[in-house]
Design a protein around this ligand. Sequence first.
Ligand SMILES: Cc1cc2nc3c(=O)[nH]c(=O)nc-3n(C[C@H](O)[C@H](O)[C@H](O)COP(=O)(O)OP(=O)(O)OC[C@H]3O[C@@H](n4cnc5c(N)ncnc54)[C@H](O)[C@@H]3O)c2cc1C
Length: 476
Amino acid sequence: MVDLVVIGAGPAGMAGALAAAECGLEVVVVDEQAAAGGQIFRRTPESFGGSRATRPYRWAPDLIARFDAHPNIRVLYRSTAFGIMRDREGSAVRLNVGVSAATGGELIPAKRILIATGSYDLPVAFPGWTKPGVMTVGAAQTLLKSQKVLAGRRVILAGSHPLLLIAADQLLQAGAEITEIAFARGLPRASEMGAALSAAPGHFEIFAEAGRAAARVVSRGVKVTTRTIVTAATGGAAVTGARLTQVDPAWHRVGPEREVSGDLLLLGYGFSPATDLARQAGCEMRWNSRLGGWTVVTDERFASTAADIFVAGEPTGVAGAEQSRAEGRIAGLHIAESLGSSASDHPRLLRRAHRALSSSGRFSAVVQAMFEPNREALGHLSDPEGTTVCRCELVDSGSLDTALRANPFISTANAAKLECRSGMGPCQGRYCEGTVATRVAAARGIAVADAGYFTAHVPVKPVPLSTYRMLGSTSD
Ligand SMILES: Cc1cc2nc3c(=O)[nH]c(=O)nc-3n(C[C@H](O)[C@H](O)[C@H](O)COP(=O)(O)OP(=O)(O)OC[C@H]3O[C@@H](n4cnc5c(N)ncnc54)[C@H](O)[C@@H]3O)c2cc1C
């Protein structure tokens, strides 16, 4: 049995694994990617030069190098953690992480587990969103960062998150043409700018990097509109453009629609914490829209409510790479302590990590408040009859509404899932949970949070059937 299995090798997972390993723990890290770094520090394959951008985070090269080199850390890359299972022998409970890789499956027994699975782009359903050529901005950025692939030539970006500007800059540098960047929100107000500036000390490089990206985009003459929302992707088999319309501060449509052309439509409304494994493992969840929606409840050590399972980074709330790193470090130190392996300067290391956490927390709170998506308004984008809501099970908004009218007892997203199958496909609801919850909430006149979340089951991500052969006598 290993001391600790860490799921995710982003800033949170790397920092957690390293802190625990430096205290003497034997650590196994599982990540779907081919190298450490997570979403933000992706690396191209060696055949493409093996390059990796770590700006503006000065600490990143050192963290990655120490993580890669530590003898107590064994990393399973290109491997998916698909479930957390418990073996019971009398009153004793043993945790196992189910891992699937191209070479087969493995059950890894662990004394402690650290879930550091990051986040993913918030999906939004509207007419035409399933056409080839409609992607999230993070997906296009991933293709560019990891494979140097430009997903289209004439790009429309729409949403509300500042990542749109950063990605636009990267796309322009890679040779794309940008036809429009449409922000659903207005320009930042003076009070928001004031709050941002007051949180800036210690984060100037992040500000400067974002500012430089925005300046480059503007200097290229790219059309940037505010209070503008995308209502449809147009075209036949593939995207040829998007319909956009003016919205008021509450994101209600106030103007006629207009069409803009492009062969790639990228959406960026923010991120959803990747909480499927934590949900499946029985961790308590809490709704916080600013932090990305459903987040995992932890104490100040980043221990979840499930015994011996810690959670760090974006599953506890989307807050950026600095905060993920600080959370991972605090979790790793406490995990080591819980197994009796504290470092000699443990209190000092913890104090330092907590200082980093509160500094990054001040900064991320400003970003979270400024760029919270208007979930109700986004839910209404799927109102037009026939709009696909669940792309795996092909459930549209009309059939969902019919089921809600026919069965007045459906008042949660999970009940709607059982009735309509929305959320039962291979993505396990990652794409449709938000839309289903907002439609249920609108139909019942309740808050989105009260519509709840989809339960998660093993496997939380698709794995080959052969993976199951190794599950043996695990009782869960
Ligand atoms: C698509 C995308 C693009 C982004 N672009 C930017 C940007 O340009 N600039 C910026 O400042 N911030 C960006 N962010 C935010 C930034 O990536 C995060 O703030 C930061 O990476 C969070 O660190 P983390 O360790 O919590 O999670 P991550 O860095 O996301 O790391 C999580 C890791 O867990 C792995 N993982 C997840 N589930 C499993 C599983 N079941 N089994 C195995 N491995 C698993 C993933 O492969 C990933 O490597 C982006 C986020 C996303 C989702």
